[in-house]
Design a protein around this ligand. Sequence first.
Ligand code: ZN
Length: 457
Amino acid sequence: MAALLDAKKIIKRIIAETGKSEDEIRKLIDEKKRKFAGLLTDDGAAFMLAKELGVDIQLKTEKPQVVKIANLVEGMRNVDIVARVLHVQSPKKFEKENRKGRYCKLLLADETGEITLTLWNKDIKWLEQNKVERGDTLLVKNCIVSSFNDRLNLSLGLNSELVVNPKDVDTSTLPKAESIALKIADLSEGMRNVDVFARVLRVFETRGFERNGEKAKVTSFEIGDGSATIRVVAWRELAERASKLYAGELIKIEGASVKSSANGLELHLDWRSRIISDPKTDLKIPELAELTGIKYKRRDIKELEEGMSNVEVVGEIVDINKGNLIYYFCPTCKEKASSETCEKCGNKARARAVVTVILDDGTASIACTLFGRQAEVALGISALQLLEEMQNKSTEQLLDELANAVVGKMLLVRGDVRRHSLNPEELELIAKDAMKPKLEAELANMLKSLAEPRSGN
Ligand SMILES: [Zn+2]
């Protein structure tokens, strides 16, 4: 049930329940406001006073009311807020005693102030599914006001509800979200809290790093929007999210910082940043083929011939070939190294995944050799995890386990067709990109090819 939130109504209720005079109550309210150095409104001070005097200020009706942020007081329940989303942080994982899950903080504002809304587990899913972005309006129904580190915080209870961009609510008085999305070409060193709409061009492997005793991960990827391209570096929590991106995907990045590196400008993403897939936007971002100048042509596997480049096939993984799973690559010499230390330059080489899978699309099958990130996508496991697994089991055993996990899964591979290096009677597809196919897109493709029979066949 909602509470009375209007000073006049609360004063009436206090008079009725305590017999104090209105003057006396006004004085107490003024004292409260002085004590809080002008931070409390009349409504807030009256609310606190009623609580102290043990006066029940619950409304007798169930109807919640929209409350301005400046009038919120710790302990309020079932209040409704209408606010602008100023910032959404990346969800963070937590693990405490036997509980684990995710939480995520949003900074909300109306014309009277700002407040943090903390969401947990299933509400974060809602946030992701509804692609809530900066600048959206949020109606938070039946929320709870608590305090954390002396700051008020909103959270949701069992009967709470979130509505993004509500239709029948007046939002004209809400402040605007300050940041506007920028073109990549307009980014410059030192910019912070930047938003960008772009297409993913390629994703690099996730790497581990150690800094001040902390072990964490980082994933880099490249994006383009038609104005320029830039490398993006996603740290820690966001590294895993970034590793699931694929070439061609349209994304929005929120809250990035622009830094300069030896290779030019980079966008850095940390816990304050976010990646949104398929964002709501009217911006026309060029397609992958236009951005990279490479157009991959979808083929049936039986059509593949030696020397074809930039083909795309989709099929089921029917087998994994025997192999080492890991090879070493020297980033300095830019070539294969025989062990963890490069024999040429003496620098540390990097472990990369490698695998050959047999792909079958119903017309034929072909061996696809995948390196690095492509192999990780096909196997569903990173080179780092492969190395860990290999510490306590043989490569054969690991291959068996991986085969069990991936045989039967669908994979989309883009690359070039060569004669098989070990088996010259057969063809091999050398992967440049690999991803899990999007089922809806595949279905649409299938229907299209059924409707218009291919020429030449
Ligand atoms: Zn080297």
